[in-house]
Design a protein around this ligand. Structure first.
Ligand SMILES: Cc1ncc(COP(=O)(O)O)c(C=O)c1O
Length: 399
């Protein structure tokens, strides 16, 4: 098995214009793009400027087609199962809002689900009468799979889980949940926005029915890019939340026919440069290898957690037995937004998560003021982490 030492970090950093211009620990927001991803997009934008957007798209057909193939290869699907969308939320919502819930139906979700997903649950509950049930968690914060198993009856019309949450380093047991969903025939929508490009993902090993993700985060792709994977046998029976002439053909005055592939979930107009860039980003990640990337992220995140935990007044707020590259923490006596601003003034990029981003998990744990979030990627270095820890100590250490 390949491990983190297979990555040539110097070469990777040389291909990453953002490395060396400050400390960037915000891959869970938007990671630094590698040059090939940047160039693929600027080349296409220049072509658009020279010959026109539609004309440029016609010439880029093969590149865009490769994006479908690249994503399918990377996550273990086939290109017919891929839809390209502008972000993860839209990819998730085009499935979620198409499901015909009725009173008495139940949606099972996790305590750490993304807030955009949660407001959508609440809206659908108001509109359709579907009940939202938050799964119990283990003391370490992940979904309790045994508890799920005990309540997953035929009134459950959807299991919808965030694989890795936005404001906590834990990782939900996606595959164990998939085993239950598969055994009971319950549709399973996985929000893998934070995990594709971060850790190895295989949709068939996970056993989900739908998977949504974004390009700009751990995949290092463009902003405004995302994708949806829909298991082949679920495409035909899943109605997109909205359609246009690309998703469905108007075949008679009063009839339309939906496309047979996952592109029924797309819209016609799109950012072609971003679609091309996404494909290049996925191929780039694939060439490095999902396993070495994941090993290196785990090593760096674990180093960052131990460095931060040693600073007086600092508390790591991550849960989880196995942890992701998302490191969250708080500093006694300091508001997260002010800390973020002070670091930004010195060229260090991290971010914050408010308690609204994960109410059901953060409020009971007393994280009312939110937390700081520093997320690592494989291109970060041990030296950057040491510099970051020294900076935190200098600016905020107590006593
Ligand atoms: C767990 C999770 N799901 C979904 C999203 C939304 O992704 P997007 O902004 O691409 O719609 C995010 C964004 O941070 C996230 O962390």
């Amino acid at each position: 098995m390949r491990d983190a030492t297979d990555l040539d970090i110097e070469a990777i950093r040389a291909l990453t214009p953002g490395c060396g211009t400050g400390l960037h620990f915000n891959s869970a927001g938007a990671a630094l793009m590698p040059l090939p991803v940047l160039k693929a997009q600027t080349d296409h934008l220049e072509l658009e400027a020279r010959i026109g957007g539609y004309e440029a798209a016609a010439r880029a057909d093969a590149q865009v087609e490769d994006t479908y193939r690249a994503i399918a290869d990377y996550i273990g699907g086939n290109p017919r199962e891929i839809a390209l969308l502008e972000n993860s939320t839209r990819a998730w919502g085009v499935v979620f809002y198409g499901i015909p819930f009725k009173p008495g139906d139940r949606i099972l979700t996790s305590r750490v689900d993304y807030d955009s997903n949660f407001v959508a649950y609440l809206q659908r509950a108001r509109q359709t009468g579907v009940e939202i049930e938050v799964l119990s968690t283990l003391p370490s914060g992940e979904v309790d799979v045994e508890a799920l198993d005990a309540i997953a009856d035929d009134t459950v019309k959807l299991i919808a889980i965030s694989h890795a949450p936005t404001s906590n380093g834990l990782i939900n047991p996606a595959s164990a949940i998939g085993d239950i969903a598969r055994a009971r025939g319950i549709p399973y929508l996985l929000d893998a926005c934070q995990t594709v490009g971060h850790m190895p993902i295989n949709v068939h090993e996970i056993g989900c029915t739908y998977l949504a993700s974004a390009g700009r985060k751990f995949l290092r792709g463009p902003r405004g890019s995302g994708f949806l994977w829909v298991r082949e046998d679920a495409i035909e029976r899943t109605e997109p939340a909205w359609v246009d002439f690309h998703a469905a053909a108007w075949v008679a005055d009063n009839r339309y026919e939906l496309r047979a592939d996952a592109r029924r979930f797309e819209s016609w107009e799109s950012n072609v440069a971003a679609r091309i860039g996404l494909g290049v980003a996925v191929r780039y990640a694939q060439a490095l290898g999902a396993e070495p990337i994941w090993r290196r992220i785990q090593q760096l995140a674990s180093l960052m957690r131990s460095e931060i935990a040693r600073i007086p007044g600092f508390t790591i707020t991550d849960q989880g037995i196995e942890k992701s590259g998302i490191v969250t923490f708080s500093i006694a006596g300091h508001q997260p937004e002010a800390v973020k601003a002070a670091l930004a003034a010195e060229g260090t990029a991290i971010t914050t998560a408010t308690c609204q981003s994960s109410r059901l998990s953060m409020v009971p744990r007393g994280l009312i003021d939110g937390v700081l979030r520093a997320s690592v990627h494989y291109y970060n270095t041990e030296d950057e982490i040491a510099r970051f820890a020294a900076q935190l100590r200098r600016l905020f250490a107590q006593g």
